[in-house]
Design a binder for this molecule. Structure first.
Ligand code: GLC
Ligand code: CA
Length: 565
């Protein structure tokens, strides 16, 4: 091989590397993560390489080709740090080590480098609001009020049995836990085993920044920041999210860590409004790349109540909310686009139809999100149209679900009522093992997994879908490819069409002289669109194999048109 061909080969390799490629084409306006599609992995449920029934890092590495074929640019990895697993890894006892259950640091480095070979970045999950009660900081902190680590956590003097205030923990009960040796309460906004860190202490902040930089040096390309809008809390005043110093802390963290490094950072902010999301995702890079907002996700619960208190979804409201975020963040800010994650039920069971029209509705819901402006996130199994489960209470593993069950039984709810809520909203819906093929335990493991496999795996699995052109999986490939191909999807402005229509979700994107129209039927009814919606545009994508009637949309039909030029 001559020198020139070697150079050409190197160039081709670089061009194939996804993020370099995007940096190149969007140099003037875009960051790589604005053109990217992210895939979330919940490691314990993705792929088990050593057949102990729990997914692990080597399992993920073994499936990188599957992810790469989808067209993914980055993987957001739920926590793999050392942890007693009280909340499946969201309770960290060592931020700078890997839990043996998931493998070793060597496996992690291998995953980072094998992913990079495929142009895929690794985004780590940072849980900075709290640690595990087994973190050495907390073990020290509990020893005495004089201990140098005492002030790493949030303590209040008091008397046993008289909690400082009525603040509740997200997983039930009081947010205050009594430690009799110290005659103090500590704060835990989640489980008793997840004590909250004291962000007012500069030593805590320093330790965290050093740890983040250590991970950046290992080659990770970004972070998802768990419940980050809670770190500025003032618990004695009853303030949890969006506390007065929140943005100061985030700006300090950014400037001391990823600030100049072009990483993808996404904050989990349940309490975000478009106003503060614009600050979080401000384009000057002083905070995060974007946040996860949950306004659309909270639409099927009774107002002022908990997520378990179910209410039917109002599609007009859903359209309003998603459109509001598109428009508000259009120029100053950036949206994340998602239906699912490890805390949410499967979208096809939630707002689609997981029986007769499972494939059509899964594709339709995907089309809504993937046609919008922002960075789309796909949660493992979503690309197969995986569904919710209905198990006996003894088969559930999630601390939130188990606590809820006890709490509501004590409060006098009927078992059926509670199970109905768990079937609809329980987090284990998203945490059942990935469905790879029809072999026992769905090809996830050869040993009985830590949580039961969804019994529908012989019908819904990756192997079958890869080989069938009309599958949900292959439709996701098309959607992702469309985003990469059409600037109008990445940069175009957004306009909601037919705002008062309660069955069709239609919107238009425009960029320079290009118009893209997305029309989705949210229901199982046949619904007529209008001629002017379609004009003589060219059809780019449809979730049915052919269009028979231009005007009439079939159940859960989705179409994407572009103006013919
Ligand atoms: C976030 C995580 C969730 C976890 C909680 C406490 O909401 O996504 O899984 O239980 O924070 O860390
Ligand atoms: Ca394993």
């Amino acid at each position: 091989m001559g020198k020139t061909s070697v150079i050409i080969m190197v160039l081709t390799l670089t061009v194939n590397n996804a993020y370099n490629y995007y940096e190149e084409i969007n140099m003037n306006t875009m960051n790589w993560w604005q053109s990217s599609v992210i895939y979330q992995i919940y490691p314990r449920s993705f792929m088990d390489s050593n057949n102990d029934g729990i997914g692990d890092l080597r399992g993920i590495t073994s499936r990188l080709d599957y992810i790469s074929t989808l067209g993914i640019d980055a993987i957001w990895l739920s926590p793999v740090y050392k942890s007693p697993q009280d909340d499946n890894g969201y309770d960290i006892s060592d931020y700078m080590d890997i839990d043996p259950m998931f493998g070793t640091m060597k496996d992690m480095i291998e995953l980072i480098s094998k992913a990079k070979e495929r142009g895929i970045s690794i985004i780590m999950d940072l849980v900075l609001n709290h640690t595990s009660d087994e973190h050495p900081w907390f073990k020290e902190a509990k020893k005495s009020k004089e201990n140098p680590y005492h002030d790493y956590y949030v303590w209040v003097d008091g008397e046993e049995g008289a909690v400082p205030n009525q603040l509740k923990a997200c997983f039930g009960g009081s947010a205050w836990e009594w430690v009799s040796e110290l005659q103090q309460y500590y704060l835990h906004l989640f489980s008793v085993r997840q004590p909250d860190l004291n962000w007012e202490n500069p030593k805590v902040r320093n330790e965290i920044y050093n740890m983040i930089n250590w991970w950046i040096d290992k080659g990770v390309r970004g972070f998802r920041l768990d419940v980050i809008d809670l770190i500025g809390k003032e618990p004695l005043k009853g303030i949890t999210s969006n506390g007065p110093h929140l943005h100061d802390y985030i700006r300090e963290m950014t400037s001391r860590t990823w600030g100049q490094k072009k990483l993808l950072t996404v904050g989990e902010t349940w309490g975000a409004s478009p106003e503060n999301a614009k600050i979080f995702s401000c384009m000057d890079g002083s905070e995060f790349s974007m946040v996860f907002q949950f306004e659309h996700i909270s639409l099927d619960q009774q107002e002022g109540k908990e997520k378990w208190d179910l209410a039917p979804i109002d599609f007009i409201r859903l359209k309003e909310v998603l459109s509001k975020w598109q428009i508000e963040l259009e120029n100053d800010g950036w949206n994340s686009l998602f239906w699912n994650n490890h805390d949410l039920p499967r979208i096809v069971s939630r707002w689609g139809d997981d029986k007769e029209y499972r494939e059509e509705s899964a594709k339709m819901l995907a089309t809504i999100i993937h046609g919008m402006k922002g960075t789309p996130y796909i949660y493992q199994g979503e690309e197969l149209g995986m569904t919710n489960v209905q198990y006996d209470i003894s088969d559930y593993k999630d601390i939130e679900t188990l606590n809820l069950y006890k709490e509501r039984i004590d409060a006098g709810y009927s078992k059926d009522e509670i199970m109905e809520s768990i079937f609809a909203k329980g987090r284990d819906n998203a945490r059942t093992p990935m469905q790879w093929d029809t072999s026992e335990y769905s090809g996830f493991s050869k040993k009985e997994p830590w949580i039961k496999v969804n019994p529908n795996y012989p019908m819904i699995n990756a192997k079958e879908q890869i080989s069938r052109e009309s599958s949900v999986y292959n439709y996701y490939i098309e959607l992702i490819a469309l985003r990469k191909k059409h600037k109008v999807i990445r940069f175009g402005s957004y306009k909601l069409l037919l705002p008062k229509h309660d069955k069709l979700f239609a919107y238009q994107r425009s960029y320079e002289d290009i118009l893209l129209t997305v029309i989705c039927n949210l229901t199982r009814d046949y619904v007529d669109a209008t001629k002017d919606l379609i004009k003589n545009y060219q059809l780019l994508l449809c979730n049915y194999s052919e269009i028979k009637d231009e005007i009439r949309l079939r159940p859960y039909e989705a179409r994407v048109y572009i103006n013919a030029k």
